[in-house]
Write a protein that binds this ligand. Structure first.
Ligand SMILES: NC(=O)c1ccc[n+]([C@@H]2O[C@H](COP(=O)([O-])OP(=O)(O)OC[C@H]3O[C@@H](n4cnc5c(N)ncnc54)[C@H](OP(=O)(O)O)[C@@H]3O)[C@@H](O)[C@H]2O)c1
Length: 294
């Protein structure tokens, strides 16, 4: 899908953010919030996304799989006077019970959800050649993102403009020459087909055939997970985009990144706040929609 990059920029204006902040949840019995976002974020880019959204007056459910780290992250943002906009809930994206608990928490506390920012990740282990690690990478980065989104869809449907931002990586654009990978990238139109492809990939990986069968060989499982994870879920009328934050200094790259976490959080934050009629189904790299694979 092609989009005029300038048009996309217009959707990112601060004015739009402020206007959206005025929309109050009128549902009696629930905490009255302007807009509500759930994001996985106990450090760096994810945490910075929380901070920037809270600064925009968005109620943020900050989540982390480790309660101590999550509460520490929450504490680190309190100095900036954002306490009223932040609430913590423990959440492990790989655990179906944890997904159910988070969904229940949001439902009981707020009654609805406006935005979901999927930024959880494992990377370093996925560079390993071991099948178990490839499987874990897919479990967290693809299935975790998909199941979290699916569980929260009913609450997102209660929002005027449900938005999902999948934090992906431009690493997916370095590959794509292989036939199978290209299919994952551009040719898949249903969740079932995508699931089938992931199953096929893991089978090929287990048999040591992923290279010869056209799957990516460079940081293989991470690349497939980030590529497939940016495509889910598919829901008509939702505004769903994916984004590469850029090469930001974080643990993922042993702090060798060339931009700060603040800079990396800017486009994900803006995409979470797209107004009605904003672009959907796009992959943003360096703040602009990336060209689709030929
Ligand atoms: N930094 C970059 O240069 C770069 C480039 C391209 C794309 N990205 C993407 O940007 C996003 C954020 O990356 P980052 O650099 O901030 O990475 P990071 O520092 O490694 O943070 C990853 C986050 O995911 C959490 N996580 C991992 N497994 C989880 C699970 N099962 N359940 C819940 N949370 C889990 C981690 O929590 P723990 O602390 O518990 O491990 C951590 O908070 C990722 O999607 C990444 O792929 C980053």
């Amino acid at each position: 899908m092609q989009i005029n990059a300038r048009k996309a920029e217009v959707y990112f204006s601060k004015g739009v953010t402020a206007a959206m902040g005025l929309q109050l949840s009128e549902t009696l019995g629930f905490q009255r919030v302007h807009n509500l976002v759930v994001t996985v974020a106990n450090k760096v880019v994810g945490l910075e996304i929380c901070k920037q959204l809270a600064q925009d007056g968005i109620m943020v459910v900050l989540t982390a799989r480790d309660e101590k780290r999550g509460l520490k992250a929450l504490e680190s943002l309190k100095y900036s006077g954002l306490s009223d906009y932040l609430v913590f809930h423990p959440f492990d994206v790989a655990d179906p019970e944890s997904i159910a608990s988070l969904t229940d928490f949001v439902k009981k506390q707020f009654g609805k959800l406006d935005f979901l920012v999927n930024s959880r990740d494992i990377w370093s282990k996925a560079t390993d050649d071991k099948y178990e690690l490839a499987e874990e990478c897919l479990k967290i980065n693809y299935y975790g993102a998909k199941r979290t989104a699916e569980a929260l869809i009913p609450l997102l449907q209660l929002s005027d403009l449900p938005r999902i931002v999948n934090v992906s990586s431009s690493i997916v654009m370095l590959n794509g020459k292989g036939e199978k990978h290209k299919g994952v990238l551009t040719g898949v139109t249903t969740d079932e087909k995508l699931n089938d492809l992931i199953t096929e990939y893991l089978k090929d990986f287990k048999e040591g055939l992923h290279g010869s069968k056209g799957w990516p060989t460079f940081i293989s499982a991470y690349t497939v997970s980030k590529d497939s994870g940016k495509q889910v879920p598919r829901v008509p009328d939702f505004c769903i985009n994916s984004v590469c934050p850029g090469y930001a200094k974080t643990d993922i790259n042993l702090n060798t990144g060339t931009i700060t976490a603040e800079e990396g959080a800017v486009t994900p934050g803006k995409l979470a706040l797209l107004p009605k009629g904003g672009p959907s189904g796009l992959f943003f790299v360096k703040g602009e929609p990336a060209s689709p694979e030929p």
